[in-house]
Design a protein. Structure first.
Length: 120
């Protein structure tokens, strides 16, 4: 299981060469959302990948890609990644201004605005 900002595209192949039974599973997320929020198993690396995708939300996690007004984007249209669910922090300690900017309520759910560009 791998986590961090970027999983190198050549890592699955290199790891498989050392241990044939190796499974490469990338975890993504932010400190503000209990560190890991998404999972992506990497069995092959398609030629058109520029990076390993964030993958799919873990249980009790929700991910959205939204425009600047917090409206869901259509598939393949980039926008800001928002993460919601059980692991979302309450905010930043002693930083109400930053908390108000990054943690939002929408339709009765609490979301963390990652600031990362993503697309479905």
């Amino acid at each position: 299981m791998l986590g961090g900002d970027w999983v190198p595209l050549d890592l699955p192949k290199k790891s498989h060469a050392v241990a044939a039974q190796y499974r490469c599973i990338a975890l993504g997320g932010t400190t503000e959302t209990a560190i890991h929020s998404t999972v992506q198993e990497i069995t092959t690396v398609p030629y058109n990948w520029r990076s390993v995708p964030y993958g799919y939300p873990l249980d009790n996690v929700r991910c959205r890609v939204v425009d600047s007004l917090g409206r869901d984007r259509f598939d393949w249209v980039s926008g800001e990644l928002w993460i919601g669910g059980a692991g979302v922090a309450l905010g930043y300690r002693h930083d109400a201004e930053r908390t108000a900017d990054r943690f939002v309520m929408q339709d009765g759910e609490r979301w963390y605005r990652t600031g990362d560009l993503a697309r479905l």
